[in-house]
Structure formats: structure tokens, C-alpha cells
Write a protein that binds this ligand. Structure first.
Ligand code: NAP
Ligand code: GFB
Length: 319
């Protein structure tokens, strides 16, 4: 008789920053009743419904962690809002409709705190997702992500599925996208400082450095994702983030990267580049109600570990 508690967990977008964070944590603490399959776009282009169905029929998942997406930093989004909308709408529609069709027991999708309304009160909480337009720099990505929450509600109400979502703040860690124009701020600064040390040149931080962000380490997010998969039973999304008191300025983030590389050079601020959204301060009160004792890795340690990872993997990293 098939062991019904056995979980076969398909991780879409499993080759990226967040996917590798989950893989590292799952491999460090394996469970006998869990088998993971980490997909990349080479396994199946999830904008193609037929390719999506073929991959799902091949692996027959009981559970899905849905990470696959067109992802980018401020400047990548500003250049291609329409592509971010259309590609992510297609991927999310295909993954959720095929999951319903093939009777997947649980799907945990991944939103982002940048999808919340730009004009809002702080701290932001889970109930505010649809309370007004997102920031103009990433409306394409944000609306496509909001539609996951709409589809989860619809599928659960009409078909009794168990589709939910998490909402991380800015993520960083090993296997990130370190491309300067497409990537996020921390991998961008880590790549830049690595090069500045090599060439003995000043570090240029884009923008004024005054914008503020909360950063979560991919390995901490990996642990929280596994907790959500195993224990979290609500349809309403849950913010996965350090506390609002851990929010730092981009200037402070740059100084932590400088410290991580022991860089002695000059810092320059290129204020011709946009700051994007000033802040998106998120509350992790709901998470703390569930996990009051959860320990996040101190950010200076996490940034130093990521600097070391980048130095050791520069030849194969995404740059
Ligand atoms: P990432 O490193 O860029 O990884 C993206 C993943 O999606 C890769 O595995 C990629 O496969 C896959 N993918 C992209 N297009 C695909 C397609 N058409 N078909 C199939 N797979 C495709 O991104 P990430 O930072 O890990 O993001 C993972 C999730 O976290 C996303 O849903 C993102 O919105 C969310 N998130 C990220 C952040 C952040 O700060 N990074 C913050 C909040 C939420 P290949 O490796 O083959 O390209
Ligand atoms: O991570 P980031 O690109 O995106 O951060 P967002 C942008 C902030 O960092 C801006 C400053 O205030 C930039 O001025 N910054 C300074 C830099 N130096 C650099 C650099 O070298 N590279 C980059 N990229 N920024 C994204 C959303 O917003 O957040 C995405 O657009 C996604 O959709 C992501 O949700 C999590 O935090 O502004």
C-alpha cells in the first residue's frame, strides 16, 4: 500500500538563489518522508503549458514549491515591466492550473514585499496586498505576483485545493544573480567590490544610499520555506522577513559589503541613478506568532559568507 505521507516535492525555479537555499537546508537535514526535485528552465520552460504538464507528469509531485519567475533588481524591472508581467503571468497560470489538474496536495508560491502598495502605512502586513498600486518601478512583476494570491483564493474556494504563498523581503546569498545591470543591490555591490579590489578603483554605489531595505539570507529563507511546506495551513500569504528594526539603508548595506571584503578604497554615490522605492518596511509579526524563537543569521556574518562564496565561485557565478 503506497505510503500516503511520503512527499515528492517539486521545486520550480530550483536552480536559482532561493531554490539553492532550500536545497542546501534540505540536504543538511534530510527527512525520510521527503524527496525533492529541483527544476530549472532547462528541464521545462514553464511559460509553455504543455511543457509544464509534461514535467509534472514526469515527476508526479505531491507538493510544489513554486519559485520559477523572471526576477530582477530595480534597474532590470524599470527597463522591462511588460516582460516581467507577461512572462510571470504565463508561468504562474501554468503551474497552478497544472497543479490543480494533477491533484497536487499543496502548492507554496513565492511573492515579494515589493508587490505591496507604494503609498501605505508602515509597517506593511499581509492584509495590505491589494490596497493600491505598487511602486512604478516594478508594477509588471508586482501585479503578476498579486494575481497568484487571487488564483490561490479562487482555486481553494472553488476546488478545495491547498494553495498558499510566502512573501519574502529582499533575498541574498550564494547562487544569486550577480549581474550588475539585472541583479539586486547586495549581489551588485558584492560583484563591484570584488572588481574594485582587483583593479584598485573606488566603489560606485548607485543612487543616494538613503533608500531602506530589509534583507533575508537565502539559507534562513530556506529553513522558513520548509516550515511553511510542512506546517503552515492558511491560504493567506505570510511575510518571511527579519523584523522592521533590522531595516538598513543602502549606505549601511554598502558598508557591510566593504567590511565583508575588507575593502579600503573610496565610496562614491552616483545620484544620477534612481533610488527606486524609498522603503517597503514589512512586519513579521505573523511569522513571530508562529515561530517566536526563530533565529536569523546576523546580517554582517551572512554578507561575509556571501562575499567568500562569490570570491570562490567567481568563474561559474552569474555575472
Ligand atoms: P533566480 O535566482 O533568478 O532564479 C529564478 C529561477 O526561475 C531559476 O531556477 C530559473 O531557471 C527559473 N526560471 C526562470 N524562468 C523560467 C521559465 N520560463 N521556465 C522555468 N523556469 C524558469 O531568482 P530567485 O531570486 O531565486 O527568485 C526565486 C523566487 O523568489 C521568485 O519567485 C522571486 O519572485 C522570489 N523573490 C525573490 C527575491 C529576491 O530578492 N531575489 C525577493 C522576494 C521574492 P534557470 O536557472 O534555468 O534560469
Ligand atoms: O535590490 P534592488 O535592485 O531592488 O535595490 P529594489 C535597489 C536599491 O539599491 C536602490 C540601490 O535604492 C538603488 O539605488 N543600489 C545602490 C543599487 N547600488 C546598487 C547596485 O549596484 N545595484 C542595484 N540593483 N541597486 C526590487 C524589485 O526592488 O526588489 C524587484 O524591483 C524585487 O521586483 C526585488 O521585488 C526584491 O529593492 O528597489
Amino acid at each position: 500500500m503506497a505510503n500516503t505521507s511520503q512527499k515528492r516535492i517539486l521545486v520550480t525555479g530550483g536552480s536559482g538563489l532561493v531554490g539553492q537555499g532550500i536545497r542546501t537546508v534540505a540536504e543538511k537535514d534530510p527527512r525520510a518522508d521527503e524527496e525533492f526535485i529541483f527544476l530549472s528552465s532547462k528541464d521545462a520552460d514553464l511559460t509553455d503549458r504543455n511543457a509544464t504538464k509534461v514535467a509534472f507528469e514526469k515527476y508526479k509531485p505531491t507538493h510544489v514549491i513554486h519559485l520559477a519567475a523572471k526576477v530582477g533588481g530595480l534597474y532590470g524591472n524599470m527597463r522591462a515591466n511588460l516582460q516581467f508581467f507577461r512572462i510571470n503571468m504565463a508561468i504562474n497560470e501554468n503551474v497552478l492550473s497544472v497543479s490543480k489538474e494533477l491533484g497536487v496536495k499543496k502548492v507554496v508560491s513565492c511573492l515579494s514585499t515589493c508587490i505591496f502598495p507604494d503609498k501605505t502605512t508602515y509597517p506593511i502586513d499581509e492584509k495590505m496586498i491589494h490596497n493600491g498600486p505598487p511602486h512604478t518601478s516594478n508594477y509588471g512583476y508586482s501585479y503578476a505576483k498579486r494575481m497568484i494570491d487571487v488564483m490561490n483564493t479562487g482555486y481553494n474556494q472553488q476546488y478545495g485545493t491547498n494553495f498558499t504563498a510566502v512573501v519574502p523581503t529582499n533575498v541574498f546569498g550564494p547562487f544569486d544573480n550577480f549581474n550588475l545591470e539585472e541583479g539586486h543591490v547586495l549581489p551588485g555591490l558584492i560583484h563591484k567590490v570584488y572588481k574594485c579590489k582587483e583593479n584598485n578603483t573606488p566603489l560606485t554605489v548607485w543612487g543616494t544610499g538613503r533608500a531602506r531595505r530589509q534583507f533575508i539570507y537565502s539559507l534562513d529563507l530556506g529553513r522558513l520555506f520548509l516550515w511553511v511546506l510542512r506546517e503552515y495551513e492558511e491560504t493567506e500569504p505570510i511575510i518571511l522577513s527579519v523584523g522592521e528594526e533590522e531595516e538598513i539603508s543602502i549606505k549601511e548595506a554598502a558598508e557591510l559589503v566593504v567590511k565583508g571584503f575588507d575593502f579600503k578604497g573610496e565610496l562614491i554615490y552616483d545620484t544620477t541613478r534612481s533610488d527606486g522605492q524609498y522603503k517597503k518596511t514589512a512586519s513579521n509579526e505573523k511569522l513571530r506568532k508562529y515561530l517566536p524563537e526563530f533565529k536569523f543569521t546576523p546580517i554582517d556574518q551572512a554578507i561575509r559568507e556571501t562575499c567568500q562564496w562569490f570570491s570562490s565561485n567567481y568563474e561559474t557565478a552569474r555575472v
